[in-house]
Design a protein around this ligand. Structure first.
Ligand code: GFB
Length: 310
C-alpha cells in the first residue's frame, strides 16, 4: 500500500475496525474512507455497489460484521448468519466489480471444528462438526473465506483471509448479555467492587480454555499481512497461548482489586472446550504478538473510566 492510495475500513467504529484505523494513521496512511451503518447498510447490495462505484477504494479491510459472545451467537442465530453473509458477499463482490487491488477478510477462530486437534492448524478447516452455539456465525465466516478464494480463482482477485483468536481492547462491547467473556468479567468485577457485592457470577464451569489477543496486536498483524501476504487460504492470528476461563476470572479479579467470591452459573453454556491457534504460519512469515494478557487487561481496565457503567 502507498500513502496516496484510498483505503476503505468497513466496520471502522468497531473494536477491530477502529484498531486498524489507529494502526493505518500511525503508519502515515490518511486517505481512509468510512461509512457508519446509518450512512450505509452493508446488507443492501445496491447501496454497497453504489458506494464502491463512488469511492473506488484501492484497498479494503473487511472488519464489519455482526459479532458477539457465546450467548448472543446462540440466541440470535438467524441474525448472525444472515447479516454476516450479506455484509461479506456485498463487499467482496463490489470490491471485484471496481477492481480493488487487495481486500482482507476478517474471520474468527470459531470456524474450526469443535473437537479439532489443538493447536488449530489452518488445514483443519472443514474437517469436522462445528461448535453448535456459534455454528451460524462460523458458517458465515467460512463462506467469507471461500468467497475470497473463489474470486481469486475465477477473477484473479487478491483477496486474503485472516482468522483472529478471541480479541479484547478499546471499543469492546460491555453489554453483559451480548459481550465476550473478558469484557463481561471486567465489568462484573468492577461493578461488584463498586457496589461492594459479595460475589461475581461467571458463566459455565470455567474449564474451557481461550486464547486472548489485544486488538492493537491484531491491527499490527493485519497491517503486516496486507503488506506481505498474497496467498489463498487463511492465516491464523493469535498469541499461541491459552488460559482456562476460571484462571482468566482470577486474573481480572486481581487487576480490578475485587475481594469477594466467584460463583458459577451452570445454566450458561461452556461452548467449545478449546480453540488455541497454531500461529506458526504467521510466525514463519515474520510476525508475533507483543502484548501479554495481564499487561493488556491492565491497559484496557485503565481506559474504561468513561463507560456509562464505570
Ligand atoms: O467469550 P465467549 O462469550 O465466547 O465465552 P466463545 C467464552 C467462555 O467464557 C465460555 C465463559 O465458556 C463462557 O461460558 N464465560 C464465563 C463467559 N463468564 C462469562 C460471561 O460473563 N460472559 C461471557 N460471554 N462468557 C465466541 C463465539 O465463542 O468466540 C463467537 O461465540 C466468536 O462467534 C468469538 O467466534 C471469538 O469464545 O465461547
Amino acid at each position: 500500500m502507498n500513502k496516496q492510495e484510498k483505503i476503505f475500513v468497513a466496520g471502522h467504529r468497531g473494536m477491530v475496525g477502529s484498531a486498524i484505523v489507529r494502526k493505518l494513521e500511525a503508519e502515515g496512511f490518511h486517505n481512509l474512507v468510512f461509512r457508519t451503518s446509518a450512512q450505509l447498510d452493508l446488507r443492501r447490495q445496491a447501496d454497497v455497489e453504489a458506494f464502491f462505484q463512488e469511492e473506488k477504494p484501492d484497498y479494503v479491510f473487511l472488519a464489519a460484521a455482526k459479532v458477539g459472545g457465546i450467548l448472543a451467537n446462540n440466541t440470535y442465530r438467524a441474525d448472525f448468519i444472515y447479516d454476516n453473509l450479506l455484509i461479506e458477499s456485498n463487499i467482496i463482490h463490489s470490491a471485484y466489480l471496481v477492481g480493488v487491488k487487495k481486500l482482507m477478510f476478517l474471520g474468527s477462530s470459531c470456524i474450526y471444528p469443535k473437537m479439532a486437534p489443538q493447536p488449530l492448524l489452518e488445514d483443519y478447516l472443514l474437517t469436522g462438526v462445528l461448535e453448535p452455539t456459534n455454528e451460524p456465525y462460523a458458517i458465515a465466516k467460512i463462506a467469507g473465506i471461500k468467497l475470497c478464494d473463489a474470486y481469486r480463482d475465477q477473477y484473479g482477485c487478491n483477496f486474503i483471509s485472516v482468522m483472529p483468536t478471541n480479541l479484547y481492547g478499546p471499543n469492546d462491547n460491555y453489554n453483559l448479555e451480548t459481550s465476550h467473556v473478558l469484557p463481561a468479567l471486567i465489568r462484573k468485577f468492577h461493578e461488584s467492587k463498586k457496589q461492594n457485592l459479595p460475589e461475581v457470577v461467571m458463566w459455565g464451569t470455567g474449564k474451557p480454555q481461550r486464547e486472548f489477543l489485544h486488538v492493537d496486536d491484531l491491527a499490527d498483524a493485519c497491517f503486516f499481512l496486507m503488506e506481505t501476504y498474497n496467498e489463498p487460504g487463511l492465516v491464523n492470528i493469535g498469541t499461541g497461548e491459552d488460559i482456562p476461563i476460571v484462571e482468566l476470572a482470577y486474573l481480572v479479579k486481581e487487576v480490578v482489586g475485587y475481594s469477594g467470591k466467584i460463583t458459577h452459573d451452570l445454566s450458561k453454556p461452556d461452548g467449545t472446550p478449546r480453540k488455541l491457534m497454531n500461529v506458526n504460519k504467521l510466525k514463519t512469515a515474520g510476525w508475533q504478538a507483543k502484548i501479554g494478557l495481564e499487561e493488556g487487561v491492565r491497559m484496557v481496565y485503565q481506559g474504561l473510566k468513561n463507560e456509562p457503567w464505570w
